[in-house]
Write a protein that binds this ligand. Structure first.
Ligand code: ACO
Length: 335
């Protein structure tokens, strides 16, 4: 029997209009455009400002656009998975809310919480459902309103994050394209260096947790940096070796956009040129679950059927991994 693979057959993203620049941040905390640019590569990020709007609103915009551009009716969708660390609510799942907002009625939906690696964990999970043969159209959404858990008095984190939503459509194929392999790992001990202290079952919201500013991202930047820089490269090199891929065989590396220095180190370890790496961190910052699909969306027109692509991510948990895929369509005639 021919093996069924999951092919990406469409991609769309949505970012809020409001742009928060480095200069504006320098008015809020003790920082400078120079520090932020040289240490992170970020110049600006988009922020969802409207009251009452959340992660699902960005996810829903991305899915609406995806359905439209791929000529897909909401009834055709079998499953929608949302990767996020900033769900609209503790429950129900943001995936459910997105599906309701776009009129998807014949499917089931759930969230994946794996911080910045959620996007690749969710993509692999979606692919497995397609490979099972029982699912024909699956949507993976990566969306985060990071501004909702960012402390804009903490200069070590507030310069990094941005808001965005992005969506990928997956369908079965028996051609030599699609998601070929994934390697994923986690290490729960890493939670000490990157987490949100309050708002969960251990420390529910109270006046004390609010006063102590514990409903925001807590990050020990250097500890996370060291782990991220080695693990993202290790797992990407491992993927290349496993599939006998040389740097010239790769069309693109699509890395999670957490810090330009981490991206450059990963590319160096893989022996690939910066021109083969999708980088848009300067305009969006770290949008957590949306970074990789946001890159694929921006580069879609340049992508060709059969392109060898490696996706790589590292995030809170710790979680990390990489995906090897062959792009399934010529992006230039897909608009
Ligand atoms: N402006 C000016 N100075 C700053 C700023 C700022 N915005 N932030 C920190 N500093 C200062 C610090 O206070 C420190 O000063 P000191 O030497 O007087 O103590 C100095 O700059 C150096 O601080 P470091 O934390 O060592 O700076 P570093 O170069 O490590 O950069 C950063 C910090 C950008 C956070 C980096 O560590 C990083 O990118 N870490 C990894 C982030 C990541 O990959 N996260 C995972 C994904 S996120 C997720 O999963 C949700």
């Amino acid at each position: 029997m021919t093996k069924i693979r999951a092919a990406i057959t469409g991609i769309h993203a949505w970012v809020p209009e409001y742009i928060l620049t480095n200069d504006e941040l320098a008015k809020m905390v003790e920082t400078s455009d120079e520090w932020i640019t040289t240490r992170t590569g970020i110049r600006e990020r988009h922020i969802l400002k409207e009251k009452g709007k959340g992660t699902s609103d960005m996810g829903a915009e991305a899915v609406k656009g995806l359905l439209k551009k791929t000529n897909t009716h909401p009834d055709e969708i079998d499953l929608l998975i949302c990767a996020t660390v900033t769900p609209d609510m503790q429950f129900p799942a943001t995936a459910n809310i997105i599906a309701d907002k776009v009129g998807i009625k014949n499917a089931f939906h759930f969230d994946i919480n794996a911080a910045c690696s959620g996007q690749i964990y969710a993509l692999t999970t979606a692919a497995k459902f397609i490979e099972s043969g029982g699912y024909k159209k699956v949507i993976m959404v990566g969306a985060d309103k990071m501004s909702s858990i960012t402390d804009y008095t903490d200069r070590s984190t507030c310069v990094i994050f941005g808001d965005a939503g992005a969506a990928i459509l997956l369908e079965p194929t028996t051609e030599d394209v699609g998601i070929i392999d994934s390697i994923h790992q986690s290490d729960g001990a890493g939670r000490l260096h990157l987490h949100q202290k309050a708002g969960g079952s251990v420390k529910p919201a109270s006046h004390e947790t609010i006063d102590a500013r514990e409903h925001f991202i807590y990050q020990e930047g250097q500890a996370v940096f060291k782990f991220a820089v080695s693990k993202m490269a290790d797992v990407s090199v491992e993927m290349m070796k496993k599939h006998h891929l040389e740097s010239e065989d790769l069309a693109w590396l699509v890395p999670h956009q957490a810090n330009l220095r981490i991206i450059e180190a990963t590319a160096r370890r893989m022996g690939i040129d910066k021109s083969q790496v999708m980088i848009n961190i300067e305009r969006y910052g770290n949008t957590t679950s949306a970074t990789i699909p946001l890159c694929l969306w921006e580069w879609e027109k340049q992508l060709k059927k059969g392109d060898n692509i490696i996706l790589a991510a590292f995030g809170g948990g710790f979680t990390w991994g990489s995906i090897y895929l062959k792009w399934a369509y010529d992006g230039s005639n897909h608009h």
